[in-house]
Write a protein that binds this ligand. Structure first.
Ligand SMILES: Cc1cc2nc3c(=O)[nH]c(=O)nc-3n(C[C@H](O)[C@H](O)[C@H](O)COP(=O)(O)OP(=O)(O)OC[C@H]3O[C@@H](n4cnc5c(N)ncnc54)[C@H](O)[C@@H]3O)c2cc1C
Length: 240
């Protein structure tokens, strides 16, 4: 468990093949309701492979358990070695390395942070090749819900161009906690986003997760002059 109600799940294709995906894409899990009708749910691929390591057959996802959720029941009943049917990858919520932006504003709440984890190796290359700056805003209620927070902090410590800003709406970290840092903010990501003074000329923004957060952040960025093409969005809505 990554947090009290969020699991990190690791799968392998049973044909041993690599899933050729671009960081930021998602897969769909297929299952059936009790009446036999088919259903699918989407999950972002949470695995970032270093660019120089050979790809393997692993596909990792982070699943937030939703009370009464159909796919949630499926995941909760899974045991090690079980099989699921899935398809993909899908989606265009990806970095485009030929963009000319100078700063990436990456915003995620809940499991909406996982695409950015997958993008870390690409971001590392962008920072190295083009000296771009990256700010990752992670929204959560409490430090215990900062999914992969220790990995993001370690990445920020190792890369001066990368700033990691956890935004906690309810509970701040204790002073001696692993998560204590001057970049921790109290409040919602969309409010902290304003503090970063979005720049319409040089910024590109990625918004992922809770639809209300995505809408609020989108409005704020538009008000600050960012063109719609500079605001990429992925809303985590249920597809029944
Ligand atoms: C492109 C895309 C990528 C996604 N990636 C992820 C991911 O990486 N990890 C992940 O956990 N989910 C992700 N989701 C959401 C995921 O696909 C499911 O919607 C979610 O897991 C709930 O499915 P369920 O079958 O358990 O619940 P459902 O049976 O669909 O819903 C049960 C009840 O819970 C409500 N509900 C559904 N989702 C939420 C929620 N997040 N919070 C509160 N209430 C909710 C529903 O409105 C409904 O009332 C993604 C969605 C999209 C569209």
């Amino acid at each position: 468990m990554l947090a009290p109600t969020v699991a990190h799940l690791s799968f392998e294709r049973d044909d041993g093949q690599v899933l050729p995906c671009i960081p930021g894409q998602f897969i769909q899990i297929h299952f059936r309701y009790a009446d036999g009708s088919e259903a699918r749910r989407s999950y972002s691929i949470a695995l970032g492979r270093a660019l120089d390591t050979p790809p393997d057959a692993r596909v990792d996802i982070a699943v937030s358990y939703v009370s009464g959720g159909a796919a949630t029941a499926l995941f909760e009943a899974l045991e090690i070695g079980h099989r699921l049917e899935a398809s993909g990858p899908y989606g265009r919520f990806c970095l485009f390395p030929n963009d000319a932006n100078r700063r990436y504003l990456l915003v995620g709440t809940g499991t909406g942070i996982t695409p950015y984890r997958a993008m870390l190796p690409q971001l590392e290359k962008l920072m190295h090749d083009r000296s771009v700056d990256v700010v990752l805003l992670q929204g959560a209620r409490s430090p215990a819900e900062l999914l992969y927070g220790d990995e993001f902090r370690a990445f920020a410590n190792a890369h001066p161009g990368f700033r990691y800003v956890p935004c906690l709406s309810r509970e701040l970290p204790m002073e001696d906690s692993l998560h204590a840092h001057p970049d921790v903010r109290h409040g919602y990501v969309q409010n902290v986003l304003a503090e970063l003074e979005p720049d319409p000329e040089h910024d590109i923004a990625y918004l992922c997760g809770n639809p209300d957060m995505v809408d609020a952040s989108f409005e704020l960025l538009k008000e600050r002059g960012l063109a719609i093409g500079r605001i990429r969005r992925e809303k985590y809505v249920s597809n029944k």
